[in-house]
Design a protein around this ligand. Sequence first.
Ligand code: FES
Ligand code: FES
Length: 141
Amino acid sequence: RPATRQYHEKVIDHYSRPRNVGTLDKKDKSVGEGLVGAPACGDVMRLHIKVDPETQVISDVRFKTFGCGSAIASSSYLTELVRGMTLDQASQVKNTEIAKELCLPPVKLHCSMLAEDAIKSAINNYYKKNPQVKPTNLAGT
Ligand code: FES
Ligand code: FES
C-alpha cells in the first residue's frame, strides 16, 4: 500500500471524518441499495439512497465501505455530491469528477470507480423496486 504521505489532504479529511456513514432501511420501497466490489483489490462499497417519490430527488444517502482510504474518501465525497440531486443527475456522476476533487493518483482511480459503480447500482435497484418510475434520461444506460 502507498504511504500516507502520498494522499492528498482532502482524502485524509474525508477518511478521518467520513460523512454519511451508515445504512437506511432497505425494506423501504423508496430506498435503493448499491453493493459493488472492486475486482482489482476486493474492496467493497455499500450505498443506500432514499428517493422522494414525487420529485425523484435523493433526500438521504448513507454508505459503508470496506476498503482503502481512497475508497472511503470517494464514497464520503459521493454522498455529499448526490444528496439533493435527481436520479437522472446522480446517474451522470463520473468517477473522474470524484478523483479530481480528491486529487487521486492514477493507481487510485479504481477507488473512485467503486463510488460511481455504487451510485449507478443503487439507482438501478431503486428503479427495480419501483417499476412504475421510468428514467427520463436514458443516456448511458
Ligand atoms: Fe488496498 Fe484496496 S487494494 S485497500
Ligand atoms: Fe481498491 Fe482503493 S485500493 S478501492
